[in-house]
Design a protein around this ligand. Structure first.
Ligand SMILES: NC(=O)c1ccc[n+]([C@@H]2O[C@H](COP(=O)([O-])OP(=O)(O)OC[C@H]3O[C@@H](n4cnc5c(N)ncnc54)[C@H](O)[C@@H]3O)[C@@H](O)[C@H]2O)c1
Length: 255
């Protein structure tokens, strides 16, 4: 099934094989889209090139979302190379290590701004540029986490950042809906990645979720990728402003 044939999709946040973005990238490619992939640092370039070498003519562009200039350059290059954009998968988050290790109450002013900037604000600015290239309408999808809604020990500032991200999704969905652009979030269960390594007690969370979720298994990047294809394709043409759990049902469990 090629649910994304003839679509140009920007995927942001591919680091390595364990990235959720890698699971999403494979699903998007399998569904026939042309991928534009942005990565954060020059160091990531080699990995990303190697991973995507069998994709359908991917375009790889460096973009650190803390830089307005790099974001502007990214979209200028996309405009020049493909003209029209149909979708964006935003898979980016970051918090300083010390703000993840200490108790939440010790979050620094700088650390709070940094986590909000990279993990929540970036969706707003990316959407602003993306909408100008989405002349046939489009779909933007981002990645949240259950820690936006409930206290997950050790998730700290990222919980606040994901709550802001989910609010951003709703406000963007409302503003962009009239021009045919949908904005949604996927909220995956815990997955072992470089980013998850900085979450205190992550292994315990992972084990509990696997054991207690109704489907009694852990979530894979491919599970998230399949949900992303749904959001990026016309299959979800009447769905906007939602956050969808892809967590084997863990969110319905009380104790
Ligand atoms: N791993 C999990 O359990 C889990 C669960 C729910 C949601 N998420 C979310 O999934 C997304 C992807 O994370 P992941 O777990 O795959 O880890 P990851 O470390 O593979 O991906 C995080 C990505 O963010 C990018 N990034 C960080 N700062 C950036 C910047 N300034 N500019 C551009 N890119 C930047 C990194 O380069 C990396 O590619 C994040 O939003 C994360 O919060 C992860």
């Amino acid at each position: 099934m090629q649910n994304l044939a003839n679509k140009n999709i920007l995927l942001m946040g591919l680091r390595n094989k364990s990235s959720i973005a890698w699971g999403i990238a494979k699903c998007i490619d399998a569904h026939g889209a042309r991928l534009i992939i942005s990565y954060e640092t020059d160091k990531d370039e080699k990995n990303v090139k190697e991973l995507t070498k069998d994709f359908n003519n991917p375009i790889l562009i460096k973009c650190d979302v803390s830089s307005d200039l790099e974001i502007e350059n990214l979209f200028n290059e996309i405009k020049e190379k493909v003209g029209v954009l149909h979708g964006v998968a935003h898979c980016i988050a970051h918090a300083n290590k010390e703000d993840m290790k200490n108790n939440f109450i010790y979050t620094t002013r700088e650390g709070y701004s940094h986590a909000m900037d990279i993990s929540a604000y970036s969706l707003i600015v990316v959407s602003k540029y993306a909408k100008d290239l989405m002349i046939d309408g489009g779909s933007i999808v981002t990645l949240s986490y259950y820690g936006a809604e409930k206290v997950m020990a050790g998730y700290n500032i990222m919980g606040a950042a994901k709550a802001a991200l989910e609010a951003n999704v709703k406000y963007l969905a409302n503003e962009l809906g009239p021009i045919g652009i949908r904005v949604n979030a996927i909220s995956p269960g815990p997955i072992k990645t470089i980013s998850s390594k900085v979450i205190n007690d992550f292994d315990n969370i992972y084990e509990v979720v696997e054991r207690k979720s109704p489907l009694r298994k852990s979530v894979t990047p491919t599970d998230v990728g399949n949900a992303a294809v749904f959001f990026l394709s016309d299959l979800s043409s009447s769905v906007t402003g939602v956050s969808l759990f892809v967590d084997n049902g863990y969110n319905i469990i009380g104790i």
